[in-house]
Design a protein around this ligand. Structure first.
Ligand code: GCO
Length: 495
């Protein structure tokens, strides 16, 4: 077997240093002081203190633009044992000692399973036109196979009906990382069979909800499962095995394609696509070696997923780097890429951060980070990502299904949450998205991550990503300043 020669910066935490790339690791550590770096060859960051534009300079969005917010099941629902829900890999992982900050789990989370009706009212008050949520596989099939658990399906039916009653379009993700534990015990995503079990689960969900959900997303961020679940090991299932990781990538892509085919087989009108987190990969300096390293890094970060889903082939440079004996390359069967590239209706893009690649194939930080130290704040990366997809893959409709940041939010005694950093961040990223639309990108909607403060995986509840503050001891919800601001943006259809 050959091991990939490069490291890949996982989301949500810095990767452990490896002997394979000591130079890159050293640069990562040095780069913690972003201000100390020389950014002279790069654009200036957006002026985050600029006043709001006057009406004359307003950025108006297309008339039917889908203003939205996003969540995922394990991060908000809680109710871990209600109504026949089975265990997922995240139950197992978060309950294991030392895996999450403060030992936090999603057992209660934002208690959305019980409070969904009130949360729907908050979405209406916010003026949302689109709500992106995920369906918990272990609520639908507690053991990952077999008959549907009707009580699980009923919950999502109530949720979807409640959205329609409030004039909000549902956008449902089929898999946001909560794999039934029973399937993990049978090999998880290393097992090709799990991709076929996913298609069975998708069949059940389409039969129950296909008439009420206009847009489906298949797999959320396969890359994060690969990098965090199987390379760095700080997400479920907590493995550190590069050879397994890329076989998992292939099976997640296969699962995506099988779900697309399952939806088509229903004959319904729903639209469907994958949700990829894309990171623009810039060379860290002007050297040819940095350009070459950034190109391969881009292969692992972006083209592995985009090329297979949209062009029906894996990037040759990544396959060569993995090597012919890698489990992934050996695991690709005839016909797989036809399945993976089954025609899709839209592509969901999640943008959080750029990456700067050194000649040695490591990464450096160029811009200040948010509270999530993996996230550099660089709004132009949104523009670059959206325009790149259109340029390289054609005018497929795009939706931004995640963009946001954590801020150190505090609920004041008079009941306010002043998250002005989130307002600035969203304004700058929306302005970049608007510029992309003006330059011809078919972007149809934008979903802030996240609607509510929630369980941020290994970071537990410490990071707050919501437009709406959740006071966990009481489960009280409070609109942050950013929620009031976003409501006005939606009402104006303009920044
Ligand atoms: C992801 C997930 C979300 C995260 C969000 C903030 O992109 O990792 O889709 O579940 O919570 O991105 O890190």
């Amino acid at each position: 077997m050959s091991t990939p020669t490069r490291r890949h910066l996982p989301r949500h935490a810095a990767p452990p240093a490896t002997a394979a790339d000591p130079a890159g690791a050293a640069l990562d550590a040095e780069a913690l002081d972003a201000e100390a770096l020389d950014g002279s060859q790069l654009d200036e960051p957006a002026d985050r203190t600029a006043p709001a534009p006057s009406p004359a300079t307003r950025l108006t969005f297309p008339p039917d633009f889908g203003w939205g917010a996003a969540t995922s099941a394990y991060q908000i629902e809680g109710a871990a044992k209600d109504d026949g829900r089975g265990e997922s890999v995240w139950d197992t992982y978060s309950r294991a000692p030392g895996r999450t900050r403060n030992g936090d789990t999603g057992d209660v989370a934002a208690d959305h399973y019980h409070r969904y009706a009130d949360d729907l009212d908050l979405m209406r008050d916010l003026g949302l036109r689109s709500y992106r949520f995920s369906i918990s596989w272990p609520r639908i099939q507690p053991d990952g196979t077999g008959a549907a658990n009707q009580r699980g399906l009923d919950f999502y039916r109530r949720l979807v009906d409640g959205l329609h009653e409030r004039g909000i379009a549902p956008m449902a993700t089929l898999f946001h990382w909560d794999l039934p534990q029973t399937l993990q015990d049978a090999g998880g995503w290393e097992s090709r069979d799990v991709a076929y079990r996913f298609a069975d689960y998708a069949d059940i969900v389409f039969a129950a909800l296909g008439d009420r959900v206009p847009v489906w997303l298949t797999v959320n961020e396969p890359k994060t499962v690969v990098q965090n679940g199987y390379l760095s090991g700080h997400h479920a299932p907590g493995r550190q095995d590069p050879d397994a990781a890329y076989l998992v990538a292939h099976h997640l892509q296969l699962a995506h394609g099988l779900a697309v085919r399952a939806l088509r087989a229903t004959g319904g009108t729903g639209r469907i696509g994958p949700a990829f987190n894309l990171h623009p990969c810039y060379p860290a300096d002007d050297s040819p070696a940095a350009a070459e390293a950034a190109r391969l890094y881009d292969g692992y970060e972006n083209r592995l997923y985009l090329d297979s889903a949209l062009t029906g082939s894996y990037p040759a440079d990544v396959l060569a780097d993995l090597g012919p004996d890698s489990r992934m390359v050996r695991g690709i069967r005839d016909g797989d890429l036809e399945i993976i590239s089954s025609p899709i209706d839209l592509l969901a893009v999640q943008y959080y951060t750029p990456l700067y690649i050194t000649p040695a194939g490591g990464t450096v930080r160029r811009w200040p980070t948010s509270e999530a130290e993996w996230q550099q704040i660089y709004p132009d990366g949104m523009y670059d990502t959206l325009t790149r997809v259109t340029r390289d893959y054609g005018p497929i409709p795009l939706t931004v299904t995640e963009n946001g940041l954590p801020t150190p939010d505090v609920l004041t005694p008079d009941g306010a949450v002043e998250d002005s950093g989130r307002v600035t961040f969203l304004r700058d990223h929306l302005a970049a998205a608007h510029r992309a639309i003006s330059d011809g990108v078919p972007l149809e909607s934008f979903h802030v991550w996240s609607l509510l403060d929630n369980f941020e995986w290994a970071e537990g509840y410490e990071q707050r990503w919501g437009l709406i503050y959740v006071d966990y001891p009481t489960q009280r919800r409070v609109f942050k300043r950013s929620a009031h601001w976003y409501r006005q943006v939606i009402a104006d259809n303009a920044l």
